[in-house]
Structures are given as structure tokens and as C-alpha cells.
Design a binder for this molecule. Structure first.
Ligand code: SAM
Length: 266
């Protein structure tokens, strides 16, 4: 008798793909090359894992649900699969081989913290193909001067070149989710616009600038605890008008402000 899969657990974001055409499109978008390794987060019932394991590459898969890990061990017979019972938020991504490609239909309830963890491992991860909530995908790829442009756009795009590959209907999943989905591709930048040492200031500036979207840049940053004199000096040095609003600034402009503030305070 074939083993029946464990029932889906909503709290773990278990909306399983049921459309093999979407699976093929995801694997094609990943374009995994010989010598690269694949990391899948949340293999679930294994629909994507099975197709990934047809590649001649090593596939590591992290699944937090022990029932699914047991089910996958019984039902998948892949010699190139390293299946781990692990929480993807706690995983040490710096243990991955250098050219790792992440391919995943992410659990949406933790997609943003997971995305930032993966972007932080850019020396090991060269590309990612991720299924996300469509609304989050739109915000990730958004350009300045649009409503969707904000913290997640900037903190992703300074680390990676981000594009929407295709959209996916709710009908391609069981149970059917409440939201539409989209697959994005991220090509990580080996040399981000901000150095590791200035990164903390950069993230603070971006978060503070968008904390009050309607206010001018200088007022928003001041309200979030930056010193007026240092801010005025940094904006003068970079030639950025203090009366602009956060959503009009490019990533390079945010990077310039962070670099100027870091050199003023050191
Ligand atoms: N890849 C499968 C598919 O496409 O049908 C399942 C995708 S489902 C949207 C997300 C998967 O992530 C589930 O299997 C869930 O158990 C798993 N998951 C949830 N939280 C996790 C975590 N913290 N670490 C690893 N896996 C997790």
C-alpha cells in the first residue's frame, strides 16, 4: 500500500504545489550547472525535490516537520539527496559549498527573515529561485518612486539582482492559499554597494528613513535618533537634498549617506 502523506499543518505554511508544470518552470529558472550544489528549503511532500534530484548535482533539503521528513525518507529514493530535519532559520548557511543555488517554495510565514538570512550568505549562495507571496515579490523587485519601494526592496537589491520570473495561481497548491504567488530569481552580488563594516549603519538609515514615509528624509532620520549635525554634514557631503522623501532615493544614495555617516562618526 502506498504511504499516505501526513496532513498539512497550516502553522508551518504547508501549501503544497500540485502542478508539475510549475515545478518544471522553477527548475528551468534555476538553470543549475555542473559543479553547483542545490539547497531546497521546505521540501514538504517532495514534488520539487524529486525533480531537483533528477539533476546530476547534490541536493540538500531542510525540513522542519519531522512527520514530513519520515514521509520523504520512505517515498524518495534519491542517492544525491541529503535530507536534513532542520529549522531553516537556524541553519548555518556558511557551511554550504561555495556555488550553491537555492531553489525553494518558501514557507510564507517566515519568508522575509529567511530571505535576509540567505542574502547574508552571499559568499556561498550564487543564485536563488524562490516562490513567495506575490505581494512580497512585488515589493522585493520595486524601483524608487513607486508605492511598493521600501525596506525589503533596498535590503534585497543591494545584495542581489532581483527579478520576477513568473506568477503562480492559488489553484496550483493544496490546500489552496488565500494569496497569489510569484517566483523570483535573485543573483547575489559578490561586491554589494556597502561594505560589511558600514552595513549596520546602512540598515539603520534605510529603516529610519522609511519609518515615517510621509516625512522628509532629514525629519524621519532625526525622529529615529540620528544627530542633526551629523545628518546635515552627511547630506551636504553626498549632495542629497534633505527635503526629499525616502521613496525617491536610490540604493546608491542610501549607501552614500551610510558611508558618509560612518566616516563622520569614526
Ligand atoms: N516544497 C514543497 C512544495 O512545493 O510543495 C512544500 C512547500 S510549503 C509552501 C513550505 C515547506 O516548508 C513545508 O514543507 C514546511 O513544513 C516547511 N517549513 C516550514 N517552516 C520551516 C522551517 N523553519 N525550516 C524548514 N522548513 C520549514
Amino acid at each position: 500500500m502506498p504511504l499516505s502523506p501526513p496532513p498539512p499543518q497550516k502553522r508551518l505554511g504547508q501549501n503544497f504545489l500540485i502542478d508539475l508544470n510549475i515545478v518544471r518552470k522553477i527548475v528551468a529558472a534555476a538553470a543549475v550547472e555542473p559543479g553547483e550544489s542545490v539547497l531546497e528549503i521546505g521540501p514538504g511532500r517532495g514534488i520539487l525535490t524529486r525533480t531537483l534530484c533528477e539533476l546530476p548535482n547534490t541536493v540538500t533539503a531542510l525540513e522542519v516537520d519531522s512527520h514530513l521528513v519520515g514521509y520523504l525518507k520512505e517515498t524518495l529514493n534519491c542517492s544525491n539527496l541529503d535530507l536534513r530535519h532542520a529549522d531553516a532559520l537556524q541553519f548555518a548557511y556558511d557551511t554550504l559549498p561555495d556555488s550553491t543555488v537555492v531553489v525553494a517554495n518558501l514557507p510564507y510565514y517566515i519568508s522575509t527573515p529567511l530571505l535576509f538570512k540567505l542574502l547574508g550568505a552571499n559568499s556561498h549562495i550564487s543564485r536563488m529561485v524562490l516562490m513567495l507571496q506575490a505581494e512580497v515579490a512585488e515589493r522585493i523587485v520595486a524601483e524608487p518612486n513607486t508605492d511598493d519601494y521600501g525596506i525589503i526592496s533596498i535590503l534585497t537589491q543591494y545584495r542581489a539582482d532581483a527579478k520576477i520570473a513568473f506568477r503562480v495561481s492559488k489553484n496550483c497548491f493544496r490546500p489552496r492559499p488565500d494569496v497569489d504567488s510569484a517566483v523570483i530569481t535573485l543573483r547575489t552580488r559578490p561586491h554589494p554597494a556597502v561594505s560589511r563594516s558600514t552595513e549596520v549603519v546602512f540598515v539603520k538609515v534605510v529603516r529610519a528613513a522609511f519609518a515615517h514615509r510621509r516625512k522628509t528624509l532629514i525629519n524621519s532620520l532625526r525622529d529615529e535618533g540620528f544627530f542633526s549635525t551629523q545628518l546635515t554634514d552627511a547630506l551636504t557631503t553626498t549632495g542629497i537634498d534633505p527635503s526629499r522623501r525616502a521613496e525617491t532615493l536610490s540604493i546608491d544614495e542610501f549607501a552614500a549617506i551610510a558611508n558618509a555617516l560612518a566616516s563622520i562618526s569614526s
